[in-house]
Design a protein around this ligand. Structure first.
Ligand code: ZN
Length: 241
């Protein structure tokens, strides 16, 4: 069975901004879903205006990896849905948080951060993503750096807990640097934060960026589901008696 991916997008900029709609006529989620389908994943999309944001118990129960893009209305995401996503991550669902998703309720809950601190600027800067973990599954098949001609600038300090793995570090034309690809594990779930993807640039149409997201889905998908013993237990080794 192919890996089941749900792409969540707040789906707002595309509805009121001509430029963004021109780049993503089917929404950012539509573009991401299309290249994932082409890579043979089984894909569903969810948007914030849907009932329960499209992230019902049923949808999440049949999701191996959830992708999250949001920017303007993080605070309108229901706490009940956030709790539900959190529980699924603990059980082993992979989570890929894109771009401004760093400020989402779910990412902040998982990271234990209470700020959305980073510096940012929209000045059409060039971004160069440098691979700093060349043997990692997420960079499989890529060159050692990727140039994005124009992107929103994000800069340090980025308020995240120490990443378990640093995959990319970005440089911007203005001189800033940013930890643009990082992983953590929470419970049985794997989490990848990936910075590129400001809505007014065609970044999710770039082949290299698509490759990274596909690789990240493969990496984050649960490979097995071990049953864990908990609470008071008898001595596991009989010979110890
Ligand atoms: Zn942005």
């Amino acid at each position: 069975m192919s890996i089941r991916v749900t792409v969540f997008n707040e789906y707002l900029h595309e509805t009121f901004d001509e430029k963004v709609r021109g780049i993503y006529p089917d929404g950012i989620h539509g573009t991401i879903a299309a290249f994932l389908k082409e890579a043979d994943f089984s894909v569903t999309t969810a948007t914030q205006n849907m009932e329960e944001h499209g992230l019902t118990e049923e949808v999440l129960a049949s999701t191996d990896v959830l992708i999250w893009w949001a920017h303007l209305i993080h605070d309108k995401v229901s706490d009940e849905v956030v709790e539900r996503v959190y529980e699924r991550v603990m059980e082993g669902m992979g989570l890929i948080v894109l771009h401004s998703g760093h400020a989402s309720k779910i990412f902040r809950k998982l990271m234990g951060t209470h700020t959305e601190r980073l510096r940012w600027r929209e000045s059409d800067d060039k971004e160069i993503l440098y691979v700093v973990n060349p043997s990692h599954d997420i960079v499989n098949g890529l060159a050692d750096h990727i140039v994005i001609p124009h992107e929103e600038t994000y800069g340090e300090y980025f308020d995240i807990p120490e990443p378990e793995e640093q995959i990319f570090i970005s440089w911007y034309e203005g001189g800033e640097v940013f930890r643009s690809g990082c992983t953590w594990r929470r419970g049985k779930g794997k989490i990848f934060y990936f910075k590129p993807g400001h809505e007014s640039y065609p970044i999710y149409h770039m082949k290299e960026i698509q490759k990274i997201i596909c690789n990240a889905v493969l990496w984050a998908a649960p490979k097995h589901n071990m049953t864990l013993t908990e609470g008071h237990t008898p001595i596991p080794m009989a010979e110890k008696k």
